[in-house]
Design a protein around this ligand. Structure first.
Ligand SMILES: [Zn+2]
Length: 288
């Protein structure tokens, strides 16, 4: 299950992780934890009327999540009354005691992208914001109370204001919102990021420039994070990767300019699970 600010997506998988069915509905993001979980439980019931058939429910949730009991510790302003919700216990109670495990959504995304040989992998999600996750020595890194892997709030790439109130962070350049904002500042035209991408493909130089910056800064941030943690691979997902062809070249160029000490650049790959990556990854929390 993927509980995001705009939408809750439930994907039913078999124990091998193969998708059997899916359902989604708008999240009750501003109506508090109980309403959010009522909606989520109703979606599960619509797919699996017989709870006995369920091994468990894995949840990927936006915000900082305590992985021990699935409590939402911190959220942004896209939720109201979600922080403090003990998701594992409260969702399980709505589903006749089916086991529930909850992770931060980008952590869940990263779990779903691991291949059987991956021992170390960095995950980056480019959506409304920029999220990160770290898989090191064969396990997720959780860090302390503010969460590990917040690559979106690293760097000083320029003067752009970040959503966190500080200046120049990666998120201020590489999120969907910031791509749209930077294009509007350059041209006076207020367009969503996907339309800016289409303009870039049509040769609009300002549109091309904002994607060029996003790709380059993303590459620099990945190179720093990977070098610090000794991670030679990264996977990138999220809605902005719909414009991967605009991001990939400057991203790979930046990585080639800042290789690991071994001399090899960090290997970057695109998410294989697409828009269902968080839900598919969350299923691995309870598989087997
Ligand atoms: Zn920031």
């Amino acid at each position: 299950m993927d509980i995001g600010a705009t939408k809750t997506l439930v994907v039913l998988c078999d124990t091998e992780g193969r998708e059997l069915a899916s359902a989604s509905a708008p999240s009750e993001a501003h109506h508090g934890g109980a309403a959010i979980l009522d909606r989520a439980a109703a979606l599960v019931s619509s797919l699996v009327p017989d709870r006995c058939a369920l091994t468990g429910v894995g949840v990927g949730a936006a915000g900082v999540v305590d992985p021990a009991d699935g409590t939402i510790v911190v959220t942004g302003d896209s939720f109201t009354g979600w922080a403090g919700t003990a998701v594992n216990a409260e969702l399980s109670a709505r589903l006749d005691g089916v086991p529930v495990r909850t992770e931060n959504d980008v952590n869940a995304f990263l779990l779903g992208e691991l291949s059987t040989t991956d021992r170390h992998l960095l995950g980056v999600a480019l959506g409304t914001g920029v999220g990160g996750a770290l898989y090191v020595d064969g396990r997720l890194l959780h860090g302390g109370g503010t969460g590990a892997g917040e690559i979106g709030h690293l760097g000083r790439f320029g003067p752009a204001p970040c959503t966190c109130g500080r200046i120049g962070h990666l998120e201020a350049y590489a999120s969907g919102r910031s791509l749209a904002r930077r294009y509007a500042e350059a041209t006076g035209r207020d367009l969503p990021a996907e339309t800016v991408a289409a303009a870039a493909h049509d040769g609009d130089p300002e549109a091309g420039a904002v994607f060029e910056d996003a790709g380059r800064f993303l590459g620099e941030a990945i190179a720093h994070a990977a070098g610090l943690l000794g991670i030679a691979g990264a996977v990138v997902g999220g809605s902005v990767t719909g414009s991967w062809s605009l991001l990939e070249k400057p991203l790979r160029q930046a990585l080639a300019e800042q290789p690991l000490l071994s001399g090899a650049p960090v290997e970057v790959r695109l998410s294989r699970n697409g828009p269902k990556a968080v839900a598919r990854g969350a299923a691995t929390l309870v598989a087997g």
